[in-house]
Design a protein around this ligand. Structure first.
Ligand code: NAD
Length: 258
């Protein structure tokens, strides 16, 4: 179904074919959207470029979201190519591996700042630039990715849980600020998925996966494609009256109390 035909989507956070951003990119491409991607550094460019080209991306450009200059230059490339955009996907997070290993109480100031900057502030900074390129008559959609560790203690998630809490609250404030421009903002709280960031960063990540298989109402883990289907719906005009929410794609795990 070409429900997003002609819509222009910027996707931030593709690293490889396991990325949640890849599941989202495929769903938006199937729905007819045009795509733009960033990559972080030369090593990831080698992974990202062929994937992006396979979906006929119009723009593939470097962007480290911790740099205001790079954010400005990325979105100015997008403006020069497309004139405007309709969708921003923010699928980006980072914390120092050592800050996810010990006790949360030992988180150093620098590690806290880095995690919050890359994983939460970057949504604010990129939404600001994206909003400038969205047509106020038609509006647009912004979607970010979060995790249940923002609400409940997940051992090993540590400072990233705090960053995700900041991210989810930012979604609400952004939804309120940008609502008058018909821009809708959401977070999707995905269940654990074996990606580069998750498996490489969270020390006991296997336990996260097995807990969902054992305890979630649906007794199975989720995939990037499951997330992609919801994103395609949220970007569709049929979701026009929804904004500011955290929506769960986690096989129902978040409803469990024990
Ligand atoms: P991933 O490693 O495939 O993607 C993370 C992306 O963040 C990478 O593309 C990386 O290049 C990018 N990134 C990190 N620092 C950056 C920076 N300074 N500038 C620009 N990009 C930067 O892993 P993923 O699991 O697909 O992660 C995507 C999002 O989904 C993250 O926000 C993550 O927290 C969230 N999430 C993941 C899971 C999971 O279990 N995998 C569950 C819920 C939410």
């Amino acid at each position: 179904m070409n429900t997003l035909s002609g819509k222009r989507a910027v996707i931030l956070g593709l690293a490889n074919e396991r990325s949640i951003a890849w599941g989202i990119a495929q769903a938006l491409h199937e729905a007819g959207a045009k795509l733009a991607f960033n990559y972080l550094g030369d090593a990831l460019e080698k992974r990202v470029r062929p994937l992006a080209e396979s979906l006929k991306a119009d723009i593939i450009a470097p962007l480290d979201v911790s740099s205001d200059e790079q954010i400005e230059s990325f979105f100015s490339k997008v403006k020069n190519t497309w004139g405007g955009i309709d969708i921003l996907i923010h699928s980006v997070a980072f914390a120092n591996k050592e800050d996810l290993q010990g006790r949360f109480v030992d988180t150093p100031r620098a590690g806290f700042k880095l995690a919050l900057d890359v994983s939460a502030y970057s949504l604010i900074a990129t939404s600001r630039e994206a909003a400038k390129l969205m047509d106020p008559a038609k509006g647009g959609t912004i979607v970010t990715l979060t995790y249940y560790g923002s609400e409940k203690v997940m051992p090993g998630y540590n400072v990233m849980g705090v960053a995700k809490a900041a991210l989810e609250t930012s979604v609400k404030y952004l939804a309120n600020d940008l609502g008058p421009q018909k821009i809708r903002v959401h977070a999707i709280s995905a269940g654990p998925i074996k990606t580069l960031a998750a498996a490489g960063g969270v020390p006991n990540f296997r336990d996260f996966l097995s807990t969902v298989e054992e305890k979630a109402p649906m007794r199975e883990n989720v995939s990037p494609e499951d997330v992609g289907s919801l994103v395609a719906f949220l970007c569709d005009d049929r979701a026009a009256r929804m904004t500011g929410s955290v929506l769960y794609v986690d096989s129902g795990y978040h409803i469990m109390g024990a």
